[in-house]
Design a protein around this ligand. Structure first.
Ligand code: ZN
Length: 228
């Protein structure tokens, strides 16, 4: 009897200890495994990015370690609830985004992961070259989802999303609008870009989602998880 009671106590203590270790591990995840842009996205990537949302200093340290050329963007707070406190502007990268891209730091890390581990290898594989530029339709915009009043704010309202319309390689442009349904290499390339984004961003919307996304991919790092 005493033996079983003691065993139960040990069991409870062990479970408690595990729970505490788990909670601490989650809080200090980036201390244990510092975010590395050179590392292939894996099953901890989304969790890691979500942890960095609460720790802008460690997020920017990850950009610094990877020698990313960026500047901090002054915080913005608007009455409508839009704004951000930890945004950065990318000054330049291996791909030209047509002027600086500004995003919250974790979303910037996600975009750079996608650029390095999804876009570049796919461009090499399908076209045997480096993409020259990306045409995007914007990151920050203080608006509700789909621009309809009454709906909750879009992740664009927090500089937590980017809309990508096309990629230009070797003088040729592959666009979501014109090439999504292409049965050849351009269509394959675009579908790979979406599939790779789904392993990094929380929400990835393409023309398969709805007509509003016929001409672009929407990538964001909000709470809603979708890949379509
Ligand atoms: Zn969007």
């Amino acid at each position: 009897m005493i033996f079983w009671r003691a065993l139960r106590r040990v069991g409870v203590a062990f479970v408690l200890l595990l729970a505490i270790a788990g909670a601490l591990g989650a809080i200090y995840f980036d201390h244990l495994f510092p975010f590395d842009l050179a590392r292939e996205p894996g099953f901890t990537t989304k969790f890691h990015l979500s942890r960095l949302k609460d720790d802008p200093a460690r997020c920017m340290a990850a950009l610094d370690r990877a020698d990313v050329n960026y500047v901090r963007v002054p915080p913005l707070e608007r009455e409508e609830g839009c704004g951000y406190a930890d945004a950065v502007r990318l000054q330049n990268s291996s791909v030209n985004y047509g002027g600086g891209v500004s995003l919250r730091c974790p979303a910037m890390l996600a975009l750079l992961l996608w650029e390095r581990h999804v876009l570049l290898p796919a461009a090499q594989r399908h076209f045997d070259q480096k993409p020259a530029s990306i045409h995007h339709l914007g990151t920050y915009a203080c608006r509700p989802i789909a621009g309809r009043s009454g709906r909750r704010l879009s992740q664009h309202a927090f500089a937590n999303a980017i809309d990508i319309a096309s990629v230009t390689l070797g003088g040729e442009t592959v666009s979501v609008l014109h090439d999504w349904d292409d049965a050849g290499v351009k269509g394959q390339f675009l579908r790979e870009l979406r599939a790779g984004a789904c392993g990094i961003f929380s929400a990835v919307l393409s023309p398969d989602y709805n007509a509003a996304h016929a001409n672009h991919f929407h990538f964001d790092l909000g709470r809603w998880s979708v890949c379509r």
